[in-house]
Design a protein around this ligand. Structure first.
Ligand code: ATP
Length: 302
């Protein structure tokens, strides 16, 4: 991936915004394997986000003609609230996030943000309004300050420091001999999974988008790091409409709404308490993960 972006490095500031978009997409959507065909409507206007009310109305979608992946999804996320999407592997969770970012066009239905159909607004304005904290953060072979700073073109050193503080990675950076000038990436310092995620959070804080997509890492961080990251993310997502794609149910018990996706349909929805009381797919997934957690803890205690 770094090969792909290296030529852009040389072209400087002008490309930072474009590259930010590319990186967000590449991180989440594996840019190399897909070609984006989405184009702006001739009369496309910039998206005007007031509160960040997101609505999926009978959304239908398939990557290839024959095989439908989403089969009529209705989801409403109130402005500033949190939605967690859970469900078995392949259910279509990441697809929902990709469609909100308009990486693909729908085959039916519509998605609106504050009443505006995302297919009718400019892609640049849509993507500028959405921050993504991906599973795997792509780092440039550059300084850690640079890696945080391209969250927003023209960010000052002070703003970069503030973002690092917000993401709780400032102390770590200050402890490095070269501080914000430390080289990271393939040729520099290797960051841990948790540290990389904090860089992504810092970038997002600089971008300061009204909408947030969190793609929870499948590989578990150790439980203390995970708890700390969740704390940080909780602070970042406060007041922002947040959609979390979750693999571990223990991380989303406080979500305002949980949608359980199964084979491209909404199987259940509600709060954690409501879904537990329902004793359906969610409760079953919860029991299974709790048993796995206990088995893991027992193993660790041996
Ligand atoms: P997981 O929990 O494993 O990440 P998910 O619920 O996020 O799964 P999606 O990534 O949304 O699932 O994928 C839903 C379905 O769409 C899967 O069957 C997958 O094979 C298919 N799919 C995903 N991306 C593509 C693509 N680029 N081209 C074709 N099919 C795809």
């Amino acid at each position: 991936l770094s090969q792909l972006f290296r030529p852009l490095d040389m072209l400087g500031m002008v490309y930072r915004t474009i590259r930010q978009g590319l990186i967000d997409m590449a991180a989440m959507f594996d840019l190399i394997d897909t070609d984006a065909e989405v184009v702006d409507a001739p009369d496309a206007r910039p998206l005007a986000v007031s509160g960040g009310h997101v609505r999926f109305e009978d959304v239908r979608f398939g990557y290839e003609g024959e095989r439908p992946i989403l089969k009529g999804i209705d989801i409403e996320v109130a402005a500033g609230s949190t939605l967690a999407i859970v469900g078995p592997s392949g259910a279509g969770k990441s697809t929902i996030a990709r469609l909100l970012y308009r990486f693909y066009d729908l085959s039916g239905g519509r998605i609106t943000i504050d009443g505006q159909d995302i297919a009718r607004v400019t892609q640049a304005s849509l993507r500028a309004s959405i921050g993504i904290v991906p599973q795997d953060t792509v780092l440039f072979n550059d300084t850690i300050g640079y890696n945080i700073g391209y969250g927003r073109a023209g960010a000052t050193a002070e703003e970069i420091r503030a973002a690092a503080r917000g993401a709780a990675i400032d102390r770590f950076i200050d402890s490095l001999p070269q501080g914000y000038e430390s080289e990271v990436g393939e040729r520099g310092l290797k960051l841990s999974g948790g540290e990389k995620q904090r860089v992504a959070i810092a970038r997002t804080l600089l971008k300061d988008p009204p909408l947030l997509i969190l793609d929870e890492a499948t590989s578990a961080l150790d439980s203390r790091t995970e708890a700390e990251i969740l704390d940080t993310l909780g602070a970042v997502s406060a007041r922002r409409t947040t959609i979390t794609i979750a693999h571990r149910l223990s991380t989303i018990v406080d979500a305002d709404q949980i949608v359980v996706l199964d084979a491209g349909r909404v199987a259940e929805r509600g709060t954690h308490a409501e879904l537990m009381a329902r004793d359906g797919l969610y409760a079953e997934m919860w029991a299974r993960q709790a048993a796995e957690r206990e088995a893991g803890e027992a193993l660790a205690a041996e």
